[in-house]
Design a protein around this ligand. Structure first.
Ligand code: SF4
Ligand code: SF4
Length: 503
């Protein structure tokens, strides 16, 4: 059947600027550009272009411009171009539409409806250039109170402390599996985590054998498919995370197509080469909080109680009760992933219509755990749409202990959020296993870019903390009186637990 779907983009090559070096032809992972010997020029197949901008970035003459094919569909406020494109595609394929990265629909972004307070006259700000500022935070169970003994003036802590994770910045790189992203992405994340004193998360695909040497900087994930989960893996990470749900696709499993399951990935995931890696929607041994409690207990036993065990869930309607159950089941931290969280592949219908914003989820969960007197029993990590340091400050003021970043980290590595990770053709060498493409990301340069991002965001956080008159990020946690809402209705303000701007 011939396609009726018009190209989304047009690729314009400036003939006068183009040097016919053919670099763009080589750079495009989607084979949208070819060189015509006959016309001695570059020919673009607009239908193949995904607007990843690799060609435009690498063109030495800046001769390429990618533009929206705006007139492909006549404007209609109800049947948008996206709706009509989806219908046309499904009429041609009869299948579910797959996409990648986080929800891109125009739901309100609550981060952008919250403003941060600042000190003025009677409560002076702190100058972060002259005063020490503390961004370090600890993830894990905290005791309800501390007991000391020892001599006067030389107290000795008697309370036995649960194992906590030390983060020099309140940031964790989110779980992105080896398979959905390349080895070089995992290595970049791991090196950057090690150098900045934070952690990266393996995602659900296990950990490549060569990276075990960096184990202290890794949260190892145990998901429903149990890919790559074995005793050494569980014992070598700094913490274990049970993945129940993911913000981009709550309630469904994952799928890594067989063509991405290379020799290395098959060995790491412990599945045959070339076979589809399907992680089921539920864990087949978890149908209740008690079942979850048993798995947490089993993992703590397997790792000899030497490391925190957390649980990752998608932000959904009843998230406060769900997290309360998870904490009562023994989790040391809960990771809440909002509906804008990224993914390597998800049905578009799920990504764009299921779940809730993480901003509301953090506030609801923090409230509930405080009301039940169990807030100290677990830390809250939150992710799903953290784009800048201000989002982190707001998340922590709403009640999170630290934030998780995935898409922002990939953007730092070169990702242009073209949303085509599911094709495995990523021109930036990130969401692909094609050796020609993966070689484009140098892990050393990647680590440097990520390290720079973490340091830059850290400096910005210190500036904001200084303006708030707070010298430690842990003191800001749950300080919702330092936030104000703008353009939000009363119910949303109530859930967020913040006042409107002007009050
Ligand atoms: S990379 Fe730029 S200069 Fe080279 S062939 Fe392509 S458009 Fe022309
Ligand atoms: S990782 Fe690659 S394919 Fe995925 S959105 Fe980014 S640039 Fe596109």
């Amino acid at each position: 059947m011939a396609t009726q779907v018009p190209p989304e983009f047009t690729v314009n090559i400036n003939d006068r600027k183009c040097a016919r070096c053919k670099r763009c032809v080589d750079e495009c992972g989607f084979e949208a550009l070819t060189y015509s010997k006959e016309y001695h020029e570059i020919i673009a197949d607009d239908a193949k272009c995904v607007a990843c901008h690799r060609c435009a970035t690498m063109c030495p003459k800046h001769a390429i411009r990618i533009e929206d094919n705006a007139l492909a569909y006549k404007y209609n406020a109800n049947f948008s171009a996206q709706h009509r494109k989806n219908i046309l595609k499904q009429a041609e394929t009869g299948g579910i539409l797959l996409t990648a990265m986080g929800c891109d629909q125009p739901y309100p972004i609550l981060w952008d409806h919250m403003l941060i307070d600042a000190c003025q006259v009677t409560n002076p700000p702190i100058d972060p250039l002259r005063e020490p500022m503390e961004l370090r935070t600890y993830i894990g169970r905290k005791p309800a109170w501390l007991e000391f003994d020892g001599e006067a003036g030389l107290p000795r802590l008697r309370t036995e402390m649960a194992q906590n994770l030390k983060l020099d910045f309140p940031i964790v790189f989110g779980g992105m599996s080896y398979g959905s992203v390349s080895y070089n992405v995992h290595k970049s994340l791991m090196l950057a985590a090690e150098r900045t004193g934070i952690l990266m998360n393996t995602g659900e695909g296990g950990l490549h054998q060569d990276l075990y040497q960096h184990r202290n900087s890794v949260i190892v994930q145990c998901a429903s498919g149990r890919f790559g989960v074995h005793a050494e893996y569980l014992n070598d990470g700094a913490a274990i995370e049970i993945k129940i749900g993911q913000g981009a696709k709550p309630g469904i499993g994952g799928h890594l197509p067989g063509e991405k399951v290379s020799e290395d990935i098959s060995r790491t995931r412990m599945i045959p080469k070339g076979t589809d890696a399907l992680s089921p929607a539920p864990h087949h041994d978890i149908y209740s909080i008690e079942d979850l409690g048993q798995l947490i207990f089993a993992l703590k036993e397997a790792s000899r109680y030497k490391k925190p065990v957390g649980v990752k869930v998608a932000a959904v309607h009843n998230i406060a009760a769900i997290c309360s159950g998870i904490v009562r089941a023994g989790a040391d931290f809960v990771t809440i992933d909002g509906f804008r969280g990224g993914t390597g592949a998800a049905p578009r219908i799920i990504r764009d219509n299921v779940g809730i914003p993480v901003e509301l989820a953090i506030a609801a969960v923090d409230d509930r755990l405080r009301q039940e007197g169990i807030r100290n029993q677990a830390s809250i990590l939150c992710g799903g749409g953290i784009r800048q340091s201000a989002d982190m400050i707001k998340a922590i003021a709403l009640g999170a202990d630290a934030v998780v970043i995935g898409t922002s980290a990939l953007v730092a590595l070169g990702c242009r959020v073209c949303q085509k990770c599911n094709t495995g053709k990523c021109s930036w060498g990130i969401a692909t296993q094609n050796p020609k493409l993966t070689a484009r990301l140098d892990p050393e340069e990647g680590a440097q870019r990520l390290t720079n991002l973490i340091h830059a965001w850290g400096h910005e956080m210190e500036e904001v903390l200084g303006a708030l008159g707070v010298n430690s990020i842990e003191s800001l946690r749950g300080s919702r009186e330092r936030l104000r809402g703008i353009g939000l209705d009363e119910k949303t303000l109530n859930i967020l637990g913040i006042k409107p701007a002007g009050r």
